[in-house]
Design a protein around this ligand. Sequence first.
Ligand code: PRX
Length: 570
Amino acid sequence: MKVQHYKATDQNPNLNDYDKVYENFNWDEIEKNFSWSETNKFNMAYECIDKHVEDGYGDKTAFIYKNDDEKSTYTFKDMQIASNKAANVLKNEAGVEKGDRVFIFMARSPELYFSLLGTLKLGAIVGPLFEAFMEKAVKDRMENSDAKVIITTPELVGRIPVDDLPNLEKVVVVGETDNNDQVDFNAAFDKASEDFDIEWLDKEDGMILHYTSGSTGQPKGVLHVQYAMVQQYITGKYVLDLKEDDVYWCTADPGWVTGTSYGIFAPWLNRATNVVVGGRFSPESWYGAIDELNITIWYSAPTALRMLMGAGDEVLKQYDLSSLRHILSVGEPLNPEVVKWGMDVFNLRIHDTWWMTETGAHMITNFPAMDIKAGSMGKPVPGVEAAIIDDSGNELPANRMGNLALKSGWPAMMREVWKNKPKYDSYFVGEWYVSGDSAYKDEDGYYWFQGRVDDVIMTAGERVGPFEIESKLVEHPAVQEAGVIGKPDPVRGEIVKAFIALREEYDESGELKEEIRVFVKEGLAAHAAPREIEFKDKLPKTRSGKIMRRVLKAWELNLDAGDLSSMDDD
Ligand code: PRX
């Protein structure tokens, strides 16, 4: 198929000479944008909020929160006060100290952002949890990181298995609580002091712990440090193209890395107005938000864009979307049709960006100043070196498919997989960080995503590990064994599909499928529940008993399953 090219725009004149950015790029120079380059006093929350107040931007709008008809607006000064109060609540009522793990488990609301910034002001490590997580998902993550405090809401507090978490000292509830062991956040917040002495940190001190999935084992805690801000700041400037007057909306929830690196840090480090829209997706609410708030920069994901595309022109025409000047996408392959749709309806290019929880910030993107080849993720950002390598770490020439790898040493790189050094080490081949994605690079240096090398599933932009779902499935009394794969889907990219062998006493039925689906949904998370279940008499396994997902996938796609010599076919 012919690749469609879309010419560079002149939206950022400073970047129009794309190659110049590279020539002059040097991380040490970027550091000079921060006062800590002289004082050595690090704190992400300070750089996001207080610094701007000190620089005279206290009255500028920092944050707009919208949910249905509710809308609240906060200046940088308001955010400074609110995050100070939240820090005081967490310190005085919950005993939070530097280095503690503080989880935040709630739907998007202003308090989520106040308490996240407050946690950072205390020098504690934030663990954001997606609101859809159910008891097991919450427990595994909090247990692994010995979380000391969790901030949540009355709707979700019942999913925290307090008795199974010996290190958990305090549950902070934003909303009504009549449990005296819990902290009533709102009551304490109203009384809290507006002043707070920020805890100054070292650049390598822990900042945020995002749990993410691989193909084996429980989710891993990916730790990012304060220093990540250097890259989050500069990619916010160069890739998101954030400028003083922008009204920026990142649609991701802070339970996922996009919702923190680019839903909190990058916009506020760049002093932009950051919009958060709560509630569920619908074309009306999303287009409505752009129209009402005059969003200028919009960062979203292919599944949402495909849903909007599918919703058609009728709904689109009801809104004035002319405020938009820059659109970006992340999380899954961005289809050329969607890029074309973006040109047709917004007269704007949709800029794909590629990165991972582990990388902490953008790695490969389409810059405003680059020509876009629809279907390509773009090129490495300045300061990042990428390559396609074979399994031994040798670089492959152009147009050869292989492992997408990055040369170690960018600022936002994870520093640790929590309590799991072998897992951390397993990412590397020599000096290369190996992403787990396969891709190729064309003769112009553009990267083209081909798929995951492992069994990780990307569904609607969310990364789910088959192992976590399989473990939950086998807890159901009817399930003897289970294998989970991602099945290609035109809207969601992939959907979760489970192959299940039932215990002898159980008969296959539609009701049982539904019961098993609900069991995962209510025990683990809605997005992890298999949309499709297929019963099998037995599942393909290796002689050592490991389920061969590769064979399940081949069954599903009617492909040749390849080398089956390790399969146990008794
Ligand atoms: O497979 C790639 C896919 O998402 C994975 C990372 O998932 P996660 O850590 O949840 O982070 C998602 C958002 C930062 C990658 O290994 N992925 C991410 N961006 C793209 C992508 N696949 C194709 N195109 C992208 N632009």
